[in-house]
Design a protein around this ligand. Structure first.
Ligand code: SF4
Length: 249
């Protein structure tokens, strides 16, 4: 268990929470944002997708923030990010990165995406469409608002599109296995989809292992510096509450 987190009789779905956050105004701001996002249908109105099913998940105060590309058909049904085969692979990676369980990884990680609704299958039915630029543009303000609220310490970028959004274009080989930035630290990962052939190359598998080792070290450093984690969380909560109050004025 990471410092500051507890398992207890908190109302709601999640049993683990960051101490002192349950009643904070920042939590209310996040909930308002999530309610508004779940009701979003801008891309349907614009004729980009036939139905809206905004998908994301996470708890207020999560120290890790993951940005993926877009939900797939499994997530369209479950409305839970990474709940299909790619999600199972991601969970396995996170066990290798030091999380005690898939459940712990998901409790400690807010999972968002560049496009929150399923973009559809490609014409041949062999895979999912890439998120259309117009949808990513429409969806960007949800991600920006979450990042402003969370100010995460660690951002895990999954797949080329998410990596490019934060780091600009560049080959995966120059991204996976390295970290970027200090506050937040960004750790790129390949997409865990079975469609990706990138991991067929042994060198790339080694790059992935280095990336997972980086996440492991970051997780340990959060564990070893609970004061910094809590001080940052407290500052973040205050800043978020002030900006949420300003937005409501
Ligand atoms: S993809 Fe994003 S902007 Fe488009 S309808 Fe879904 S939630 Fe709204």
């Amino acid at each position: 268990m990471l410092p500051g987190y507890e398992i207890g009789p908190r109302p709601g779905r999640c049993r683990m929470y960051f101490r002192g956050m349950a009643a904070h105004p920042g939590l209310a701001a996040l909930r308002d944002l999530q309610v508004a996002c779940r009701a979003c249908h801008v891309c349907v109105d614009a004729g980009i997708i036939p139905e809206a099913n905004p998908t994301f998940a996470g708890e207020w105060g999560a120290p890790f923030f993951l940005v993926g590309q877009a939900p797939g058909p499994a997530e369209r049904q479950t409305r839970r990010p990474f709940s299909g085969r790619a999600g199972k692979e991601l969970d396995r990676w996170m066990l290798r990165a030091g999380f005690a369980s898939a459940e712990e990884f998901r409790h400690l990680t807010y999972i968002a995406a560049l496009m929150r609704c399923f973009p559809g299958r490609n014409r041949t039915g062999t895979g999912d469409l890439r998120p259309p630029p117009a949808a990513v543009k429409n969806c960007a303000h949800w991600l920006d608002a979450e990042l402003e609220l969370f100010q995460p310490q660690v951002i895990i970028l999954v797949g080329q599109m998410a990596i490019a959004r934060f780091l600009g274009p560049g080959p995966l080989e120059e991204r996976v296995g390295r970290s970027f930035g200090k506050d937040p630290v960004m750790v790129p990962l390949p997409h865990p989809s079975g469609q990706s052939r990138w991991l067929n190359d042994a060198l790339n598998r080694r790059r992935l292992e280095r990336a997972l080792a980086l996440i492991r070290r970051l997780r340990v450093s959060l564990q070893q510096d609970p004061k910094a984690t809590r001080a940052r969380a407290s500052a973040r909560l205050t800043a978020s509450a002030v900006s949420a109050a300003k937005r409501r004025e």
